[in-house]
Ligand binder design. Structure first.
Ligand code: SF4
Ligand code: SF4
Length: 78
């Protein structure tokens, strides 16, 4: 939890508060999001693939570290 004023709940994760969700697990293309946490090596492998695939694009930054499918547009996203 950060100190962002938009954060008002003590816990933003629906799953952790007993509600249905796990959308973050379902959308990860390499199944790196697990109930035990992020399997970082799987996530990193996906990032490496994406970097090579999109390297020729002029606006592709060198320091991208996530594909962000698991955090964009989720119920817990700000
Ligand atoms: S998408 Fe967000 S709210 Fe849903 S289970 Fe994952 S972390 Fe929790
Ligand atoms: S950033 Fe992408 S590859 Fe990494 S855990 Fe999230 S959805 Fe999976």
């Amino acid at each position: 939890m950060g100190d962002n004023p938009l954060v008002r709940d003590e816990e933003l994760c629906l799953h952790k508060t007993g509600r249905e969700c796990l959308r973050c697990m379902k959308v990860c293309p390499v199944r790196a999001v697990t109930l035990k946490g992020i399997e970082r090596h799987r996530c990193d492998m996906r990032i490496q693939v994406n970097r090579k695939r999109f390297a020729s694009r002029p606006n592709m930054a060198d320091d991208i570290e996530v594909c962000a499918k698991c955090i964009a547009g989720m119920p817990c996203s700000l």
